[in-house]
Design a protein around this ligand. Structure first.
Ligand SMILES: [Zn+2]
Length: 292
């Protein structure tokens, strides 16, 4: 699932394809749970609008329009946002991949049945596609003063929050610190990979009850969290399942993971085998010696 870094990488690469451009055509697939705003309404209200900015909060992208509306985009599990001209084999389904010749795979993308939203612009330049094979992604158009239930549920963005907030949020919580980090109402944007990595860097065991975090733990943990998030953004995010960078290239962060998905391999710091446990139904990876 794309986490904060992948969404931020997407934002940075998509922004030039969206901002300051006037939408002249909106093509969608048929109404489905992918569209929180019905496709017909989307078309009516997006036509002629100019995108004036592209923001991110947690894992959500928000395109601001010149009339005050905001277009909310969420990648879900397998969402892909990219411009015409991107090439990546991950743009094709696992089954579709094998049936195409290498040439066909390399010549770029033509919209298919999974391409739920397609925007064209008045300058005649590249179109923008939102493709999602499993349709857990979401599109919603918010009016100028319309509140979003989804955004209202989110805590502050993980990159902008201070240790004091984490400490305050952890008071009285019996839940594991790993569960606290994944709680989007506490910190928006953190998912499994970066939570595990940050806990390793901070020397905190994922199963420790959140209420047993000290202030210095929170300072270290938040510093570690921001470090892994920023580092992942720098390297283009993790290439996980269907996530692609909008230009179609691969992210490289997965090469730098220290614990995530490394069960039974030696800890890079002390050599102890990395352990995997399930906490709050999510797999967690940690070094039993370095993390307490
Ligand atoms: Zn270790």
């Amino acid at each position: 699932m794309p986490e904060l870094p992948e969404v931020e990488v997407t934002r940075r690469q998509i922004a030039p394809l969206l901002v300051n451009r006037r939408i002249v055509s909106v093509a969608t697939t048929r109404p489905s749970y992918f569209f929180l705003t019905p496709p017909r309404t989307l078309r009516d209200r997006l036509l002629g609008r100019i995108v004036v900015g592209l923001d991110r909060h947690g894992k959500y992208l928000l395109a601001r329009l010149d009339d005050g509306q905001r277009l909310l985009l969420h990648l879900g599990m397998t969402g892909q946002l990219f411009g015409a001209g991107a090439t990546s084999v991950r743009l094709l389904s696992a089954t579709g991949r094998g049936s195409l010749s290498p040439e066909a795979q390399a010549t770029g993308f033509s919209p298919d049945g999974h391409t739920h939203l397609r925007l064209s612009f008045s300058d005649g330049g590249p179109q923008l596609f939102f493709r999602d094979t499993r349709k857990f992604g979401k599109v919603q158009l918010l009016g100028p003063d319309e509140a979003s239930e989804r955004l209202a549920r989110l805590g502050p963005d993980a990159l902008s929050v201070g240790a004091r907030h984490l400490y305050a949020s952890s008071r009285g919580r019996r839940a594991a610190v790993k569960t606290l980090l994944l709680d989007q109402s506490v910190l928006a944007g953190v998912g499994n990979i970066y939570a595990d990595e940050a806990l390793f860097l901070a020397g905190v065991r994922p199963s420790r009850p959140a209420r047993r975090l000290t202030r210095p733990d929170c300072v270290r943990l938040l510093r570690s969290l921001k470090r892994v998030l920023r580092r992942s953004i720098e390297t283009g995010g993790s290439s996980i399942s269907d996530y692609i960078r909008p230009d179609g290239s691969d992210g490289a962060y997965q090469d730098e993971r220290r614990v995530y998905d490394r069960a039974h391999q030696p800890c890079q710091r002390c050599g102890t085998p990395i352990r995997r446990v399930v906490i709050g139904q999510r797999s967690s990876h940690f070094c039993p010696r370095c993390q307490r």
